[in-house]
Ligand binder design. Structure first.
Ligand code: SF4
Length: 320
């Protein structure tokens, strides 16, 4: 039987920007396509507050494409000064020559989004409806740059491939085989909007490749959990969503009652200028999104702190 591990939620997601070279059809833009660039100065003080008050240890930068954010080096340096680990999810289109500078500034690990290995499948992820011939040179260029950057990055810092599985699993299977061949860490994720269809495709992929379950990691205070699989000696993970809700925002939620909640309560996200805290992927009004200053005085934050402290005490008790 697979071992189950529990962990405290000590990572916060920070959405730096909304701009991106891609238009992936399953991208949820962390909830809001119009949140714009984050406020660097407000972010620095918010991270310091959350580190002290909620024991945040790690910052995961997303977007948009975070490497297009102008002040990224300064943000990384600031996190490093505060002893915060930094991770990044990228589409892989950045200039790889800049990676040493990012690492020096504080980047500790990198996740590449890779959802297809061939031009046609890649263009399908971009909802491309025009002439394939016109776009194939661009798509080929994008794919080659990402693949090359993944291989180079893997020699420089902990590197992982994120692959969203959607309405078919052939593309994801090709990504899986690329990762096996290059001994790269892989995490499969289901397209949230497709719901069960995408989850079923992950299961088909697992069965077809004779993968066996090897572990299970559950994050407290979050809907996130991960199943670990093995194919021979190769290991990969599948990120899943479980039904964890925050009572203060989810109890009366119409989407939850209609079975239309995409992600349940995943965790805290920071975004925008002035700086905001996002608690829900599907709703853009208060209290689901609120200013940082309001949030830290809110009943939602109090609920999060109360759960965090009780879970922490439980884990300490469990360990002894
Ligand atoms: S849609 Fe948002 S508010 Fe509603 S249940 Fe899901 S996470 Fe909670």
């Amino acid at each position: 039987m697979a071992e189950i591990k529990f962990k405290l939620p000590n990572t916060i997601r920070v959405k730096l920007n909304t701009s991106c070279q891609y238009k992936c059809k399953f991208c949820h833009q962390e909830g809001d396509v119009e949140s714009g660039d984050i406020n660097h100065f407000e972010l620095a003080s918010a991270l310091k507050f959350l580190k002290d008050d909620l024991e945040i240890k790690r910052v995961h930068f997303t977007g948009g494409e975070p490497t297009l954010y102008g002040d990224f080096i300064n943000i990384l340096e600031n996190c490093k000064q505060n002893n915060l680990d930094c991770a990044l999810t990228t589409n892989g289109q950045f200039d790889i020559n800049k990676l040493p500078e990012l690492i020096k500034a504080g980047l500790g690990s990198i996740n590449f989004s890779l959802h297809a290995m061939d031009v046609y499948s890649f263009l399908k992820t971009q909802n491309f409806n025009g002439q394939i011939k016109e776009a194939s040179a661009w798509a080929n260029d994008c794919l080659q740059r990402t693949l090359q950057n993944i291989i180079i990055a893997n020699t420089m810092l902990p590197t992982k491939v994120n692959c969203v599985v959607g309405s078919e699993f052939i593309s994801s299977e090709e990504v899986l085989h690329f990762c096996i061949k290059n001994n790269l860490k892989l995490r499969l994720l289901n397209s949230l909007e497709l719901g069960k269809e995408a989850v079923d495709n992950i299961e088909r992929l697992i069965k077809k490749n004779d993968a066996t379950m090897d572990g299970h990691e559950v994050t407290f205070l979050s809907s996130s959990h991960r199943l670990d699989y093995k194919i021979g000696s190769y290991e990969f993970g599948v990120k899943c969503i479980r039904s964890f809700y925050l009572q203060s925002i989810c109890q009366d939620c119409d989407l939850r009652k209609q079975g239309k909640c995409l992600e349940c309560f995943y965790g805290l996200r920071l975004e925008g200028s002035p700086l905001k805290v996002r608690l829900c992927l599907s709703k853009n009004e208060k209290p689901f999104v609120q200013s940082f200053d309001e949030f830290i005085k809110s009943k939602e934050y109090q609920e999060i702190k109360d759960i965090y402290n009780s879970v922490k005490n439980y884990l300490c008790h469990d360990a002894s």
